[in-house]
Design a protein around this ligand. Structure first.
Ligand SMILES: Cc1cc2nc3c(=O)[nH]c(=O)nc-3n(C[C@H](O)[C@H](O)[C@H](O)COP(=O)(O)O)c2cc1C
Ligand SMILES: Nc1ncnc2c1ncn2[C@@H]1O[C@H](COP(=O)(O)OP(=O)(O)OP(=O)(O)O)[C@@H](O)[C@H]1O
Length: 188
């Protein structure tokens, strides 16, 4: 996919939890301010799932439905497979360049490229990059997909659901079905 201009956020976004939701909100707002497309770039399966380090929190369909409620213009789903995983950080930067991002929005711990060689600071050397501070829960812990998995494993499903913050929306259809169809097409 190539674009003239956009604001893009990148990540596995497993669970589309409160931290991810902040990235999505900031991305949509920045794109609207700049009058360019808002793009969400995600991976399927989530890299940790591909490497056998975790079970997915939600299906791809549910992830796309949750992301679609923020109404980005495009959702790019990279097929995270044996070929994709060989891409270096430089390869990934070159691919991102095709989207011509006016702004890239990620969290502090974002990593990309084989062996996680790329960091948010490396992104900043190539693109106008906004690195958001971590969203924390009430007790000060950083909200993360890993933390939600760990809470679920401990039988603390209610606490996990609080971090996901999808209690009211989880079974609802996406705001706009055509967004979802577009997102699924982009992932092929
Ligand atoms: C091109 C590319 C190659 C990657 N290769 C690896 C890898 O070899 N090992 C790994 O643990 N993660 C790898 N990742 C996953 C990243 O470390 C990271 O989990 C992913 O980009 C999602 O970021 P997030 O976890 O902040 O959402 C790769 C990511 C990309 C984009
Ligand atoms: N609590 C948070 N606050 C702000 N940004 C976050 C937070 N959690 C994740 N992000 C950012 O969201 C994007 C996607 O992150 P990712 O999908 O790896 O979530 P994660 O919760 O850190 O996952 P995991 O726990 O499996 O490593 C990245 O840019 C990451 O830095």
């Amino acid at each position: 996919m190539a674009l003239d201009a956009c604001v893009v956020t990148i990540g596995a976004f497993d669970g589309v939890h409160r931290g991810h939701q902040e990235l999505l909100r900031q991305t949509i707002a920045a794109a609207q301010r700049r009058g360019v497309a808002a793009v969400v770039y995600t991976f399927d399966p989530p890299p940790k799932v591909y490497f056998g380090q975790a079970e997915p929190l939600i299906s791809l369909r549910e992830k796309l439905a949750r992301i679609a409620t923020f109404a980005p213009d495009h959702i790019i789903v990279a097929d995270f497979n044996q070929f994709y995983v060989r891409r270096t950080a430089a390869d990934f930067l070159a691919e991102l360049q095709r989207l011509q991002p006016r702004e890239v929005i990620v969290g502090e711990d974002f990593r990309f490229g084989s062996c996680k060689g790329g960091t948010a600071l490396l992104l900043r050397q190539h693109f106008n990059t906004r690195i958001l501070p971590p969203v924390r829960c009430g007790n000060g812990e950083v909200v993360s997909s890993s933390r939600i998995r760990s809470l679920r494993r401990s039988g603390l499903a209610a606490a996990a659901a609080t971090l996901e913050n999808w209690r009211d929306i989880v079974t609802a259809p996406p705001a706009n079905r055509s967004d979802l169809a577009q997102a699924e097409a982009a992932g092929q």
